[in-house]
Design a protein. Structure first.
Length: 511
């Protein structure tokens, strides 16, 4: 497979280069030159590894810098096993009484769906560097408002040839999320709290990425900066797999035949997860429509209705913080696909977005989009009401992100009577978001200490919390550094460029 730039501004590259580069150096995102087809009928007995292998092989095992079939299989075994996930199904489907299938994507080590990709991406990065003969140490910089940080730490922990630095805003993340990050083990992990809010923190990291002088000095010491966010094709591809898997599981548990159409609902932020569903559909999976669910930051809902993407609007902090996003990076890949790689259009829209914070697509493009996707959004009160309703009816606890999706489904059904079975992507364990769950179940202010809220929720529901949060309270805090947003560069210089550091033993690249 060859990968092209969504803006047509870069030579085609092989899979290893696409993974190591992350994004197109001149702006734009890598996408596969063509979309391979899968035979869904062949999956009825396959386990998760086999589905993953067959879905991913055409993307990874052909062309320049490709992996061997054995390398791909080994990486799948390293990422998805019973040490990393708590069920051999990896992503089980839970059927509700109304026939809706909840695709649980949070059985990995950190209780959020980002594990599905971040458990495997580090292995691919290592492999790709080896294929390209790169001897550098990759320095992963992550600014996080919660979920991505811990998932990236767990994925990159002790991976040879990498150092990971996670920066989180000291006024931005929940106690559970903070404890998850600060207790991470591993010889190459670094977690730093940054004074201020998420924007300050993200601004600091973006400044580091664009500092060419700093990067040159790092490069002299064989360091290369990289990010772990969903603009990397290596984060997107593993997500295609679970739609194929979830589709087969849903169809089988409903006693229907493979080939039957299904609608998919995805709680959306950066547009990565729903884009993976789109690729699954284009690969031949019988998905009828994709429902894009947003919270109060409803820029995508408006876009899907009007064709106008307008990021210039107020930003709301919501109960579903991982969807609090106004510029959804992966939308660019979707637009490149629906316009059949019309690079000129993409370039114009993204120049508009950069200069004016908005752009409008033409009527033809909007029609193409509408053929596959609908958008709905869910407010804060409705999010809590949905959690409570589903809990009371089913004894099943949705996390706030999944509740946004579930409520979008209700709205979608009101507007569309031609129902088919539905798969709702469930993106996090409810026990990561105890404040919102507490409000939903008890209808009162949660206790100040989030672990108290967690205890009360477990007592009331008799549910066992996810293992990722269960033993957190007693674990030692291993990371204690705190900096201001202005200190980012000097902090990393101290860590990576000072003489003292040179004497420290680095993790040798794997042979
Ligand atoms: C990241 C995240 C999302 C949004 O996914 P995108 O791929 O960015 O659209 C939704 N829910 C949770 C819990 C997340 O962590």
């Amino acid at each position: 497979m060859r990968y092209i730039s969504s803006r047509g501004n870069y030579p085609e590259v092989g899979i290893s280069e696409a993974i190591v580069e992350g994004m197109v150096p001149k702006g734009g995102l890598f996408l596969p030159e063509k979309i391979p087809q899968v035979d869904v009928f062949s999956f009825s007995r396959a386990d998760y590894h086999e589905v993953a292998y067959r879905v991913l092989a055409p993307y990874f095992c052909e062309g320049e810098g490709a992996y061997t079939e054995e390398e791909l299989r080994v990486s799948l075994r390293q990422a998805y096993n019973l040490q990393t996930f708590d069920t051999p199904e990896i992503a089980p489907v839970r059927l509700l009484s109304n026939g809706v299938g909840i695709l649980e994507l949070w059985h990995g080590p950190t209780a959020a769906f980002k594990d599905m990709a971040l458990q495997i991406l580090p292995h691919w990065l290592l492999l790709s560097k080896k294929k390209l003969g790169k001897q550098t140490t990759t320095v992963i910089l992550v600014a996080t408002s919660g979920d991505t940080g811990k998932a990236a730490l767990e994925g990159f922990k002790n991976i040879a040839g990498t150092e990971i630095y996670v920066f989180f805003p000291d006024e931005g993340v929940s106690l559970v999320q903070k404890m998850q990050m600060l207790t991470t083990e591993g010889i190459n992990t670094h977690v730093v709290s940054v004074e201020g809010n998420f924007d300050d923190c993200q601004g600091m990291v973006k400044t580091l990425f664009s500092d060419t002088d700093f990067k040159a000095r790092l490069s002299n010491r064989r360091y290369e900066l990289s990010s772990a966010n969903s603009i990397n094709w290596g984060r997107l591809a593993p997500q295609i797999v679970y739609y194929v898997w979830g589709y087969v599981k849903l169809i089988q548990s409903l006693g229907l035949g493979i080939g039957h159409e299904v609608d998919v609902v995805v709680p959306t932020g950066n547009f990565g997860n729903i884009l993976a569903a789109y690729y699954a559909k284009e690969m031949g999976l019988p998905l009828r429509r994709l429902v894009c669910a947003s919270n109060q930051n409803n820029v995508l809902t408006d876009f899907l209705r009007t064709g106008m993407y307008d990021s210039k609007r107020p930003f709301y902090k919501t109960y579903s913080p991982s969807m609090d996003i106004l510029v959804s990076s992966n939308l660019e890949r979707f637009l490149a696909e629906v316009t059949k790689h019309n690079f000129l259009k993409i370039q114009n829209w993204y120049i508009e977005l950069q200069q004016r914070g908005k752009f409008k697509v033409d009527a033809t493009t909007l029609r193409e989009i509408h053929a596959v996707m609908r958008g709905y959004w869910t407010g804060e009160t409705q999010t809590l009401t949905t959690i409570r309703e589903v809990y009371e009816r089913e004894g099943y606890l949705l996390d706030p992100h999944t509740a946004v999706g579930y409520h979008a489904l209700k709205q979608y059904w009101e507007e569309h009577e031609d129902r088919v079975p539905v798969l709702v992507a469930s993106t996090a364990s409810p026990f990561k978001f105890n404040e919102a769950i507490y409000r939903a179940l008890f209808d009162e202010e949660p206790p100040h200490n989030e672990f108290e809220a967690l205890k009360e929720i477990c007592e009331k529901t008799k549910l066992l919390p996810h293992r990722a949060v269960m033993s957190l309270e007693g674990l030692p805090v291993l990371h204690k550094e705190h900096i201001s947003p202005q200190e980012g560069k000097s902090y990393l210089e101290r860590k990576l460029l000072s003489k003292k550091h040179l004497k420290l033993k680095k993790i040798p690249p794997q042979s």
